[in-house]
Design a protein around this ligand. Structure first.
Ligand SMILES: NC(=O)c1ccc[n+]([C@@H]2O[C@H](COP(=O)([O-])OP(=O)(O)OC[C@H]3O[C@@H](n4cnc5c(N)ncnc54)[C@H](OP(=O)(O)O)[C@@H]3O)[C@@H](O)[C@H]2O)c1
Length: 286
């Protein structure tokens, strides 16, 4: 668990659900993750699976769990940015998730679908979205507010106007994209970084799994490369949300507390940084 700047706590490990669009696969993996011990599920309006996750959330008692035992994150779609629109979209997400509240809502992306990256309306609309989230927060419908894919410039703008501090910034973060400056900036402002694509996403997994340094470190600790990638994130004080649709990956991706990567080996992995992105790049969004 990591502490958020609003006094609440967030599990350090969660289940990512991007690309899990099949109802049965989604329900099965979410259910099995809860049985394995996962207590955070990461979804988004854009993933088109909130409804299926809601069907599991509604029946948490089947797992011996209560609603407040589980942390649910969802995200505002790029097409729903702006005052009013954001509120409607988040209320729809909450309904689909069949829950009285969501633990964390993130603005998925600093940009707006259909606008040029250089259009100043991007900034105006994401500000409106944040104000809607502040209202929903004060009404108790969302416990924490966060952002995703915000660079330092987007964070600075937000910290200038927000009334409720963002708790989390979810960004692409793995050894080939060790966003050290952003991590230190967010840490300095009390904002937790939550890593996505820790295993390189679909595109980068082959590259990371064949990396010689990572293979060497994995052998040394008698762990798999995915476990080293996830532990590297945790030891940088970031949360991780590995995605898997395969039940057999759930346990290894969660059992990360019985070993520690040494300082020297952390530095070896840090040095792999090449600013390589496998997902989208928010740098040019004004
Ligand atoms: N905010 C954003 O803009 C954003 C962007 C991307 C992702 N995310 C969130 O972050 C989550 C994770 O990121 P990601 O989906 O890009 O993928 P990831 O966690 O980097 O995983 C990449 C791939 O690794 C495979 N995998 C997982 N565990 C494994 C293991 N133990 N051994 C071998 N392969 C394994 C998975 O395939 P299998 O399913 O076949 O196991 C998955 O497709 C997403 O699901 C989503 O919730 C957010």
């Amino acid at each position: 668990m990591l502490s958020l700047n609003n006094g609440l706590k967030i599990p350090a490990i969660g289940l990512g659900t991007y690309l899990i669009k099949d109802r049965d696969v989604c329900k099965q993996i979410v259910a099995q993750s809860l049985r394995t011990g996962y207590r955070l599920i990461d979804t988004a309006n854009a993933y088109q699976n909130e409804e299926y996750i809601g069907e599991v959330i509604e029946n948490l008692h089947e797992f011996g769990l209560k609603r407040d035992d589980v942390f649910i994150t969802t995200k505002l779609n790029t097409s729903d940015q702006g005052r009013g629109k954001c509120r409607t979209a988040v209320l729809e997400s909450i309904a689909k998730l069949r829950t009285p509240y969501v633990d964390l809502v993130l603005i998925h992306w600093p940009g707006v679908r259909g606008l040029d990256q250089s259009d100043p309306k991007n900034s105006e609309l994401r500000k409106g979205s944040y104000q809607d989230l502040e209202d929903l927060h004060s009404e108790g419908l969302i416990k924490s507010i966060g952002v995703s894919n915000y660079m330092i410039k987007h964070m600075e703008e937000l910290l200038n106007h927000c009334k409720v501090l963002p708790t989390v910034n979810q960004v692409e973060f793995h050894p080939l994209l060790y966003q050290k400056e952003l991590l230190e900036y967010c840490e300095g402002k009390g904002v937790v970084i939550q890593a996505y694509s820790s295993l390189g996403a679909v595109k980068g997994w082959q590259i990371l799994s064949q990396n010689e340094t990572l293979i060497k470190v994995a052998k040394k600790y008698e762990r798999s490369v995915p476990q080293i990638l996830l532990k590297w994130g945790l030891q940088h004080n970031v949360c991780v949300i590995p995605k898997t649709s395969r039940v057999e990956n759930l346990k290894p991706n969660f059992e990360l507390y019985d070993f520690e990567i040494s300082k020297e080996d952390m530095a070896l992995i840090d040095a792999l940084n090449s600013n390589t992105r496998f997902c989208w790049d928010p740098n040019n969004i004004v």
